[in-house]
Write a protein that binds this ligand. Structure first.
Ligand SMILES: N[C@@H](CCC(=O)N[C@@H](CS)C(=O)NCC(=O)O)C(=O)O
Length: 234
């Protein structure tokens, strides 16, 4: 059994999609990051970085309970555990390269682009432009790579496509104000639409639907999500 620590945001969404694709039994454990539940001692024992997603595999290596945190680590762990969505062994160098590109580039730059366009104080144009343009540059790298290819790695659907989907799903926020945010990247748009049409995506989107996650972006939420902005409280 997998315990899946979840909030309805892009990085946990990747794991929801993998679990649904693989048909692994799992129990969703809500972590309401707007209420600060990611900072609770019990959760920090599972992810010392205080972020979602994280999992506990009650039957980890050697039959022992194991924690895994960070979406890319979880995707690799679960893909290796199940033998699913890893692509072919010859493509492993490409898979690792693109997974790390997504984990260290597309994801963080997309996240910061959203932060500076929606949450940061007004007037920080340099930072806003820097992160948005870097996110768009990562879109372009992927779009160029996908020319003449059906998927990011090899010719099959893998965890690299799942990883990309998690953040591409938020392109309208990353590219604030754009009518068709993926329009300038036709190969990337095609990949997103191909993944997004999978039946498992509809199931992944339903994860946590019945839990009353906090939606209000008030002072409590800002303290919980951006604690480094409040050093005196740390
Ligand atoms: N590198 C991490 C990033 C995790 C992350 O930033 N998660 C966000 C949700 S998408 C989160 O927990 N935000 C709440 C917080 O930062 O306190 C991963 O890929 O899992």
């Amino acid at each position: 059994m997998i315990r899946f620590y979840f909030h309805p945001t892009p990085n946990p969404a990747k794991i929801a999609l993998f679990l649904e694709e693989a048909g692994l039994p799992y129990e969703m454990v809500p972590v309401d990051t707007s209420k600060g539940e990611q900072h609770l001692t019990a959760f920090r024992a599972i992810n010392p970085n205080g972020k979602v997603p994280a999992i506990v595999d009650t039957e980890g290596p050697g039959g022992k309970e194991a924690r895994v945190f960070d979406s890319t680590a979880i995707l690799i762990y679960l893909a290796e555990k199940t033998g699913k969505l890893l692509g072919s062994p010859e493509d492993r160098p490409e898979l690792l390269s693109w997974l790390l590109f997504l984990a260290s580039g597309l994801g963080p730059f997309s996240g910061q682009a959203v932060h500076f366009q929606f949450s940061a104080p007004k007037g920080l144009d340099y930072a806003m432009n820097r992160y948005r343009r870097e996110a768009e540059r990562h879109y372009q790298v992927l779009d160029d790579h996908l020319e003449g290819r059906s998927h990011i790695v090899g010719d099959a659907y893998t965890i690299a496509d799942i990883s990309a989907w998690g953040w591409l799903d938020r392109a309208a926020y990353v590219c604030k104000g754009a009518d068709d945010p993926l329009g300038p990247y036709p190969n990337l748009k095609r990949l997103f639409e191909t993944v997004d049409a999978r039946p498992a995506v509809a199931r992944a989107r339903d994860v946590g639907k019945d839990h009353p996650f906090k939606k209000v972006n008030d002072e409590e939420a800002r303290h919980a999500l951006f604690p480094s902005n409040y050093p005196s409280a740390a």
